[in-house]
Every structure is written in structure tokens, then in C-alpha cells.
Design a protein around this ligand. Structure first.
Ligand code: SF4
Length: 114
């Protein structure tokens, strides 16, 4: 198993095990998700829909360190706390297929707007 996959599995597991941030009902399968712990930041859960990701890499260009590409050219979350809310939103907005989903503490979707 690649290091990227191990990292994805670890962050997915941490996100599933935590109890502080509500779990939304619409988390995609084939996800890479992570919980943010930045104080005062409304974005608490970041999810990459890896089945939707087309490897365009704009998320990595905007927020390198928060997102990375694996050896299948799919994005995953490296460090969910690497950037502030604005950069996080910009990275999500840059995704041509809207594969990056942002949620607040109550599990309400912040982006993309529904
Ligand atoms: S911008 Fe979207 S499609 Fe491109 S790598 Fe990131 S998540 Fe995947």
C-alpha cells in the first residue's frame, strides 16, 4: 500500500472516530476526508470525492500542503489545517468538477452550495 493510501486511511479513520463534528449524510464513497481543528474556523470537515476527481490539480496549485496528488493522480488531504478558511474555499472553488466538499461543525455543507 502506498504512503498516500495509508495517510488517507488514517485521516478517514480519525474523521470517522471523532465525536465533536457531526457526520453529514452525503459523504461520497471513495472519499478522502479530514477534520479541521483550526480555532474559530467554520470549516471543520473537508472531503475530497476521489471518484469525481479528474486529477486537474488546481486544488494543489492553490493550496499545496493541504491537498496532494497520489500516484493515481487523485487528490487527497495532506494537512487539513495547513491554510485558513479563505484559501480552503478558494481551493474548493478552483476544482473544475467540484470534488472538494466543505462542512461546518453541525455537518451543514458550506461548499458547494446546495
Ligand atoms: S482540483 Fe478537483 S479534480 Fe483537480 S485534483 Fe483537485 S480535487 Fe481533483
Amino acid at each position: 500500500m502506498s504512503n498516500a493510501q495509508e495517510h488517507i486511511d488514517k485521516l478517514n479513520q480519525e474523521a470517522e472516530n471523532q465525536t465533536e463534528v457531526a457526520t453529514p449524510a452525503d459523504i461520497p464513497e471513495g472519499k478522502a476526508e479530514a477534520i479541521r481543528t483550526k480555532e474559530g474556523d467554520p470549516v471543520r470537515r473537508v472531503v475530497v470525492d476521489r471518484q469525481a476527481c479528474i486529477g486537474a490539480q488546481s486544488c494543489v496549485v492553490v493550496a499545496d500542503g493541504l491537498f496532494k496528488m497520489d500516484d493515481k493522480n487523485l487528490a487527497y488531504i495532506d494537512d487539513p489545517n495547513a491554510y485558513d478558511e479563505d484559501m480552503m474555499l478558494m481551493a474548493a472553488q478552483s476544482c473544475p468538477v467540484l470534488a472538494i466538499h466543505l462542512y461546518d461543525k453541525e455537518g451543514k455543507k458550506i461548499f458547494p452550495e446546495v
